[in-house]
Design a protein around this ligand. Sequence first.
Ligand SMILES: [Zn+2]
Length: 308
Amino acid sequence: MTVIGVDIGGSKSLAVRVDDGDVATEERSKLDRSMSIVDAVALAVDKVSDGPLEAIGVGVAGLVRAADGVLVWGPHVSGIDVPIKAILEQRYGVPVVVDNDANTAALAEFRTGAGIGYRDGLLVTLGTGIGGAIVIGGEIYRGGSFAGEWGHARIEEGGLLCDCGKRGCWETRASGPALARLGREVIAANPGGSLATRLGQDEVTGESIVSAADAGEETARALVAEVGRAFGNGLSDLISIFDPEIVVIGGGLGSVGESIVGPARRVVVDSIHGGNLRVPPSIHVAALGQAAGAIGAAMLAKELLHVR
Ligand SMILES: [Zn+2]
């Protein structure tokens, strides 16, 4: 049985082809924001496709109504009220399931990755923005449809303008673009400094700053730690709200590991409500890395076949 899982994030897409339960191939691409979301998914599907398909699962970074597979809106993706499921089912002639990409990542991580064995937990993605999924009793909790969009919890009055159109959202302080903005500020203030020299003509992105930090560049390390702390402050609030058994950190920036998650974890330990009278939940980096969203989408697609 062949199913394809696709994850459309804010800046990248990742597709996997799963043959008889094993991930046979994985392809990631930079997203062309001028392309429609459906064409972006189809391009990703076609890249990994190799013969007949039985189902397609899609995770999208945005407000997705999983019941009918409609992308309602997303600050980092193009399109409003796009019936992705209906269009793709017509195009490929196979069943299609569409969900929020943090939900699909959570499904994969809690079944086969870092969250295995836990029934109540959170998955928090850190990338172009912050996304999330809530797992209760081993199942994804969706609320009305869109639960877990805590990247847009407003942590500052006024504050920086977010891609969602509001100001002061958590992800304006903790995300790849937030890290890039800090980097650009440092470089503008000190164009001959070590960070500017290190990055040279490279584009200043969250990833390039993390690479510089991991290579030991001190300014980059300080910036990554600053974003890690901003991330940790929000995690601490989520832990106060949910008291999860585990928090799994995914997404393009979250998956890089300890350079960003380490400072976040220390903030949680220092600021958690109840202090040292309680044991904070484990905070783990996603075991499936950046592929979690696509693998979970393929799992959802497989479930669809069992139901029918
Ligand atoms: Zn926002």
